[in-house]
Design a binder for this molecule. Structure first.
Ligand SMILES: NC(=O)C1=CN([C@@H]2O[C@H](COP(=O)(O)OP(=O)(O)OC[C@H]3O[C@@H](n4cnc5c(N)ncnc54)[C@H](O)[C@@H]3O)[C@@H](O)[C@H]2O)C=CC1
Ligand SMILES: O=C(O)C(=O)Cc1ccc(O)cc1
Length: 289
């Protein structure tokens, strides 16, 4: 049982952790920290958190579990604010979408990554943000990746693992660099593509009102372009090393498709669609495992 759970960033993810922790009775008290006064007020009013602070150090004082759920570009600021009161007896973890950048940030601020800091990432979320979008069951049946270092305390890892498991998630461990490589392909690249496509069509729409005639496929493909711009700015900058080569690779794949369409290369174009459908089916089959 956690006594005092401190959540820094009570948005979609932080708010959902708070709601799940409350519902599953995982802690006695939930302290929320948020830079956005309106968001913090809502979290208090709705009973998502018990106490609210705008000051990181005040909020984290005396907590035995701290979860950082702010955009990855804010981690230097958060770690610096925590430095003066770094809770050596507590476990500190995070939910950031990139892991090498978070670890680098900890190294910049502390010299080395504290052994009670467990980097983590729930592979669950939505295109919405803020505490108003948080739900009690966001992590139910979802995966969470922890990327501990060799120096990370095994008991701290266990406590974070148990926290996510208690919220219904399945926990995996990965090397931080491997995490960033995998997530660049399955999450970061698709978001960049959705933003780019929607942006391109948005410019056309000003002249042609094309969105009026968009079907379900457009909605499916572009849902994630409604995601928070600040969060995705931070992710793209933090993991640019992995994202950029994939964008170049995608360009080549698109050029192949364009050339096959141009040539009317029926068999090859058909094979490309068959291969893509097969790959997606393999992905769907894996989700059921
Ligand atoms: N949205 C998603 O689907 C997922 C997001 N993540 C990661 O989780 C983290 C949080 O994402 P969301 O909950 O979606 O964002 P959000 O925008 O819903 O919530 C973030 C909260 O952090 C607060 N905040 C920002 N900077 C702060 C600072 N310096 N001090 C205190 N509070 C600050 C904001 O006011 C906001 O309320 C990000 O690192 C994101 O990459 C991970 C998995 C899924
Ligand atoms: O909205 C969606 O489908 C997402 O893909 C949400 C998401 C966004 C960022 C992450 O790091 C993990 C999950």
């Amino acid at each position: 049982m956690i006594n005092r759970l401190c959540i820094i960033g009570v948005g979609l993810i932080g708010g959902s952790v708070a709601r799940a922790a409350r519902a599953k009775e995982l802690c006695h008290e939930i302290v929320g920290v948020d830079a956005d006064a309106d968001n913090l007020r809502s979290a208090l009013e709705w009973g998502v958190i018990d106490v609210g602070f705008s000051d990181v150090a005040k909020g984290a004082a005396n907590a035995d579990m701290v979860m950082i759920a702010t955009p990855v570009g804010s981690f230097d600021v958060i770690f610096n604010a925590l430095k003066a009161i770094w809770p050596t007896e507590a476990v500190v973890t995070d939910a950031g979408s990139t892991k090498c950048s978070v670890i680098e940030s900890a190294k910049r601020v502390f010299g080395e990554v504290p052994d009670n800091f467990v980097p983590g990432h729930p592979i669950a979320g939505a295109e919405k943000s803020g505490v108003g979008a948080s739900t009690v069951d966001l992590f139910q049946g979802k995966r969470v990746i922890l990327t501990p270092l060799e120096t990370t305390s095994p008991s701290a890892v266990k406590r974070v693992e148990r926290l996510w498991q208690s919220m219904g998630a399945k926990v995996y461990q990965m090397e931080p660099a491997h995490h960033d490589e995998v997530l660049a392909a399955t999450s970061h690249l698709p978001h960049v593509l959705a933003f780019a496509l929607t942006n391109m069509l948005g410019k056309k729409d000003e002249q042609q009102e094309i969105f009026q005639f968009a079907a379900g496929g457009f909605r499916d493909f572009t849902r994630i372009a409604s995601s928070d711009p600040k969060m995705w700015l931070d992710i793209c900058l933090a993991n640019r090393r992995e994202i950029l080569p994939l964008i170049h690779q995608f360009r080549e794949e698109l050029a192949v498709a364009a050339s096959l369409i141009e040539k009317g290369a029926t068999d090859q174009l058909f094979a490309l669609f068959v291969d893509a459908r097969g790959a997606r089916q393999r992905f769907l089959d894996q989700l059921e495992k």
